[in-house]
Ligand binder design. Sequence first.
Ligand SMILES: Nc1ncnc2c1ncn2[C@@H]1O[C@H](COP(=O)(O)OP(=O)(O)OP(=O)(O)O)[C@@H](O)[C@H]1O
Length: 232
Amino acid sequence: MTAVTFRYEAMLMRFDLAVEAGESLAIIGPSGAGKSTLLNLVAGFETPLAGSIKLAGLDMAGLPPAERPVTMVFQEHNLFAHLPLFDNVALGIDPGLRLKPGDSARVEAALAEVGLTGLGHRKPEQVSGGERQRAALARALVRNRPLLLLDEPFAALGPKLRREMLDLVNALRRGRGLTVLFVSHQPEDARHGADRVAFVQDGQIRRIAATADFFAEPRLPEIAAYLGEAEG
Ligand SMILES: Nc1ncnc2c1ncn2[C@@H]1O[C@H](COP(=O)(O)OP(=O)(O)OP(=O)(O)O)[C@@H](O)[C@H]1O
């Protein structure tokens, strides 16, 4: 994305970002910095004031979210409580649940890929928080989009489970050749799961670097302060 600007009231944001296919980029930074907005611009949930967003070489201007090569998982409200996990995943194929021959097998395969074999009949309340987010991931996977956006989907999970989920995301990324952008409040997530890290503050990417370099040398005092606070 190039010179993409966006405004919420007094807050003007401006993003320039280039991501390689197959890469995993962590987006970290303080609360209210613009991390979710950055993902929402890529996904098409927000429209830039100016600038251009290209995904897989195609200009996204005017394209609604459903027509973009993108799928997104959120922190919460990913699943419908009254539907079993199978149906929740199948919604990624058809929002009206009109499944064609072969679609059920696709849903089962996605459930298996995220480690939920045999749990498709359960309602969201009948599984753990980690399993719910696995189901949300499976729904994203059945959409077969090359770019996976994750907006803190593992924030409610403990450190060990978050690492497991990040490992799962990376295994899926490699297996399917996905590109992954994930927002996290936890620098540890970036350290564990990302090729590169982007630090967002005041509506801009202030630094982007390979993960090892980013943590070895924070460079900006704001980043050192943020890491100090976030990692205690
Ligand atoms: N719908 C909205 N209307 C007005 N302002 C908004 C809206 N959504 C976000 N903002 C403002 O835009 C700025 C960026 O918000 P954004 O959600 O992108 O930040 P974030 O870095 O993802 O924060 P957090 O880590 O707390 O989720 C914040 O100052 C926020 O208050």
